[in-house]
Design a protein around this ligand. Structure first.
Ligand code: SF4
Length: 503
C-alpha cells in the first residue's frame, strides 16, 4: 500500500516535559485547551483548520467577568500550550480519540499547580476512566457548568463532579468568544451553531451515547444573524449536527440570512430535499455547500443503523436538486457496515463520480463507547481492542462481517486515493462551466496540497491562502442568486398570467 507523507508534528503531540520553565500560578486566569490528535494521512490536512470547534469558545463565554481566559488549540502546530504564568484553572475537552493526550496535559498542569477541569463527550460516556485524571469532572453541558465551577473555585468550595443536562433553552447561551481565536489560522473563524441535537438517533452516532440526552433545541434566528455579521467574515460554517431537522426553522433562518449577502455551508440530512422550495431558500440565503451523511448506498445498512432516510435509489435525484441550486455536495460515507462486501469501495466511489459530488469523506465504521453499535459489537465479540486513540474512523477497530479488517483498511485508503486523483477531480467538476475554475482551485488546494497545508498551518497562513477563493466564490454566488431570483420572478409571473388567463 502507498505510504503517505505525514510530518512528525502531525503525528505526535508536542513534547511537554521538554518545557523547562513554568511561571508562578496566576490566580483568576483560566486556560481552555483543545488537545492534539494525530492526522489521517489519507485525508486532507486542510480539514483541521477550516473552522474552529465551538465547544471551548462557547464555554469561554460563560467565564465570570473578573477571570481572564485564553484558548489554545494544539492542532495549530504552535508547540506546547502556555505555562508562564501557570493558569490557576485549566479546562480540557476530552474526546475518546485524544483522551490519552488530554490526560497527559492534565498531569502536566496539575504537577505545576493548576486545578484541572475535564469535560467533553468522553466524560459522559466513560466518567470512571476520566475522573482520576481530573480535579473536577464536568459531565454534560459545559456552558452551564464552567462559570459555576470558577465561582466555586474562587470561594474555595469546589466539588469533584458537576453535572448539567442539555435541556436549558439554547437561546440562553452567550455568543461564543470568537475573539479568543487566532483569526489567521482558520479558513474562517465564523463557526456558527443554530441548533443542537438531531431528529435521528442513528445507532453508530455519538448522539446515541447512553446518558446523553440532547433534545433538538434552536437558538433565535436573530442571534445567528448578529453573530455572523459581528464576526466580519464573508463565509460561515454551521457546525450543527443537522441544521435541517426542523424545516420550518431552517426556512426562517434562511430568510433572515439572505440580506447579509454572505455565504455559508452546513450539515443537513438528505430529507431536507423533500422540499425543493426549501433548498431554493437555502441557495438564496447564501448556502454554497452542504455536508450530507449518506452513510451507505445500501438500504439494509441504513435500516440496521436505524437511520430514517429516503431510499438510497432517490439519492441521485436529491443531489441533482442541490446542484441545480448552485449548492455543492460533500457526502459522508461509512465503510464496513454488516451488509458491505468487498465491492463497496468501488461502488461508492463510482456513485460519487457519477453524481459529481464535489467532495466526500470516508469513515471506517467505528463503535463509539456507550452507543448501541458498541454494545452490539461487544456482545458479538467483534471488537479488536479498546485503544480509544484508534477509534478515529481512520482505523479498523472491529471485525467486519464480510471482509477482513485488512481489506477494510485497504479499501478505505483506496477510496481516498481515487477520490483525490486528477481523473476523479475532473470527472466530478460542476456542469456549469462558470463554477469550474473555483471548483478546481479549491479541489487542488484542499485535496492535493498536504505538504503545503503543513506550512500554511504552521505559519498561520491558512486564512490568507483561502481568502481570495472564498471571495471569488461569494461574488460568483451573488451573481448566481440574482439569476435564480430573476428566474423565480419570471416563473412566478408566468404562472400568475396562466392563472389570470384561466380565470
Ligand atoms: S442523522 Fe447524522 S447527526 Fe443525526 S443521528 Fe444520524 S448520524 Fe447523527
Amino acid at each position: 500500500m502507498r505510504t503517505h507523507w505525514l510530518p512528525l508534528e502531525m503525528r505526535l503531540a508536542p513534547h511537554l516535559d521538554a518545557v523547562k520553565s513554568a511561571g508562578p500560578v496566576r490566580q483568576q486566569y483560566a486556560l481552555l485547551v483543545n488537545p492534539f490528535y494525530p492526522k489521517d494521512p489519507h485525508a486532507s490536512y486542510g480539514k483541521h483548520v477550516l473552522t474552529p470547534t465551538l465547544a471551548l469558545t462557547s464555554i469561554a463565554a460563560s467565564t465570570p467577568a473578573h477571570w481572564d481566559v485564553e484558548y489554545w488549540d494544539e492542532n495549530l502546530l504552535q508547540g506546547p500550550p502556555p505555562c508562564d504564568p501557570v493558569p490557576a484553572v485549566v479546562g480540557i475537552s476530552v474526546h475518546l480519540t485524544f483522551a490519552k493526550r488530554a490526560y497527559e496535559l492534565a498531569r502536566w498542569y496539575r504537577e505545576r499547580g493548576s486545578i484541572v477541569v475535564l469535560g467533553g463527550l468522553h466524560a459522559i460516556s466513560c466518567p470512571e476512566e476520566v475522573a482520576p485524571h481530573a480535579d473536577v469532572l464536568a459531565i454534560g453541558d459545559g456552558v452551564q457548568l464552567w462559570g459555576q465551577i470558577l465561582n466555586d473555585i474562587d470561594a474555595g468550595t469546589w466539588k469533584d463532579t458537576y453535572r448539567a443536562d442539555f435541556k436549558r433553552p439554547y437561546r440562553e447561551d452567550p455568543a461564543p468568544r470568537r475573539d479568543l481565536l487566532k483569526r489567521n489560522s482558520y479558513l474562517t473563524t465564523t463557526s456558527l451553531i443554530a441548533t443542537r441535537g438531531c431528529h435521528n438517533r442513528c445507532g453508530f452516532c455519538y448522539l446515541s451515547t447512553k446518558g446523553l440526552h440532547m433534545p433538538y433545541l434552536m437558538r433565535d434566528v436573530q442571534q445567528i444573524v448578529d453573530e455572523f455579521r459581528q464576526d466580519g467574515q464573508p463565509y460561515a460554517v454551521f457546525t450543527d449536527n443537522n441544521l435541517g431537522s426542523k424545516p420550518e426553522y431552517l426556512r426562517q433562518l434562511c430568510q433572515a440570512l439572505r440580506p447579509l449577502e454572505k455565504i455559508w455551508s452546513a450539515a443537513v440530512s438528505i430529507d431536507v430535499a423533500d422540499d425543493p422550495a426549501l433548498v431554493r431558500e437555502m441557495a438564496l440565503a447564501g448556502c454554497t455547500g452542504v455536508f450530507i451523511g449518506f452513510e451507505s448506498l445500501q438500504n439494509d445498512n441504513l435500516t440496521d443503523a436505524r437511520k430514517k432516510s429516503p431510499r438510497t435509489e432517490d439519492y441521485a435525484r436529491r443531489v441533482e436538486l442541490f446542484h441545480r441550486n448552485g449548492i455543492q455536495v460533500n457526502g459522508s460515507f461509512v465503510l464496513g457496515f454488516d451488509h458491505d462486501r468487498e465491492d463497496v469501495f468501488e461502488t461508492t466511489v463510482n456513485w460519487i463520480e457519477e453524481n459529481r459530488l464535489e467532495c466526500a469523506t470516508f469513515h471506517i465504521m467505528t463503535p463509539y463507547p456507550g452507543t448501541p453499535l458498541f454494545r452490539q459489537m461487544e456482545a458479538e465479540g467483534r471488537l479488536l481492542h479498546t485503544d480509544w486513540s484508534k477509534y478515529d474512523t481512520a482505523n479498523v477497530v472491529f471485525r467486519p462481517r464480510h471482509m477482513s479488517p485488512e481489506q477494510l483498511a485497504e479499501g478505505y485508503a483506496w477510496c481516498y486515493q481515487r477520490l483525490f486523483s486528477n481523473a476523479s477531480i475532473w470527472r466530478r467538476r460542476p456542469q456549469d462551466w462558470r463554477a469550474v475554475p473555483a471548483y478546481l482551485a479549491m479541489s487542488y488546494l484542499y485535496k492535493r496540497s498536504n505538504r503545503f497545508w503543513h506550512l500554511l498551518i504552521k505559519h498561520q497562513l491558512t486564512a490568507r491562502a483561502w481568502r481570495p477563493l472564498v471571495e471569488l466564490t461569494r461574488r460568483r454566488h451573488l451573481h448566481f442568486r440574482r439569476r435564480l431570483a430573476a428566474r423565480d420572478g419570471v416563473d412566478a409571473g408566468r404562472s400568475s398570467s396562466v392563472v389570470s388567463a384561466g380565470v
